[in-house]
Design a protein around this ligand. Structure first.
Ligand SMILES: C[S@@+](CC[C@H](N)C(=O)[O-])C[C@H]1O[C@@H](n2cnc3c(N)ncnc32)[C@H](O)[C@@H]1O
Length: 257
């Protein structure tokens, strides 16, 4: 089993608790920006790549698509998504597969592809966006919320001996393409996980642009969402930290032919 799948299987419960909270970044920073960019999904076919526990899948379902499919690499993340779907009578379907080769399981090209904070777990961005393009109808649209390259550039470089990164290793190494290994900030204060190392890749802005252009997708808009204005007062530490090193870049794309 690959390291990233093992990581996500073991972090699933903690991820859901942290990110499904009312004051999460997902609900307060990503979603307001994504909502502004969303096309009309009523009656459309939709794919959520790296859907995890379905946080965004279920938000997309509120837009009344005809068919909604979530794809993820982790059985444990999908298990939580499926339990939530059953409880809420959701029609969303979920399958276990690598998003980078989603073209293998998407039978009919879809109208809209969404993905949040998954692409930095995928080594080959060219392969990912080729598969996105293949799985999208001509004229179809696509929104990727990616970990901002400035932020993933701060993830500490993997230590050869598997030891844990120190705080001072969280600094920008933008052009360094080495594998990253770090303690997820949202796991740091969870007593059930002691020094749990999580692995990912770091892709630069140019890596994303070239993979997208190479797959024949055109870019419609790129956004760098701010935290809510009220956090300046209510959560100044979080607000300032986010302004200093933004976590998200949201890219809207279209397949022209
Ligand atoms: C940060 S979570 C995001 C989950 C969800 N999109 C959300 O925003 O709540 C990253 C997800 O990507 C999944 N993932 C990592 N590599 C993947 C791959 N190659 N194919 C599909 N899913 C992958 C993980 O299992 C995990 O569920």
């Amino acid at each position: 089993m690959n390291d990233i799948k093992i990581d996500w299987n073991s972090m699933a419960k903690a991820y859901e608790e942290f990110n499904n909270a009312e004051d999460s970044y997902s609900f307060n920073i990503e979603w307001p920006c994504i909502k502004e960019l969303l096309p009309d999904l009523k009656g459309k076919t939709v794919l959520d790549l790296g859907c995890g526990t379905g946080i965004f899948t279920f938000l997309l379902e509120n837009c009344n698509p005809d068919k909604l499919l979530g794809i993820d690499l982790s059985e444990e993340m999908l298990q939580i998504a499926k339990e939530k779907a059953e409880k809420s009578n959701s029609d969303a379907e979920f399958i276990l597969h690598d998003a980078a080769t989603c073209g293998e399981v998407v039978e009919e090209p879809v109208d809209f592809i969404f993905s949040s904070t998954t692409s930095h777990y995928i080594k080959d961005l060219g392969q990912l966006f080729e598969n996105v393009s293949k799985s999208l109808k001509a004229g179809g649209e696509c929104i990727f919320s990616i970990i901002h390259p400035v932020y993933s550039a701060m993830y500490p470089i993997e230590h050869a001996d598997g030891s844990y990164p120190e705080d001072e290793e969280w600094n920008v190494r933008y052009l360094d393409k080495s594998m990253r290994a770090y303690i997820q900030p949202w796991l740091e204060y969870n007593d059930e996980y002691e020094n749990h190392l999580s692995k990912s890749y770091h892709h630069t802005f140019a890596d994303y642009m070239n993979a997208i252009i190479g797959a024949g997708l055109s870019i419609e808009k790129v956004c760098e969402p701010m935290p809510p204005e009220e956090w300046k007062e209510s959560q100044p530490y979080r607000y300032e930290g986010f302004v200093e090193s933004p976590v998200y870049m949201i890219i809207k794309m279209r397949k022209n032919k």
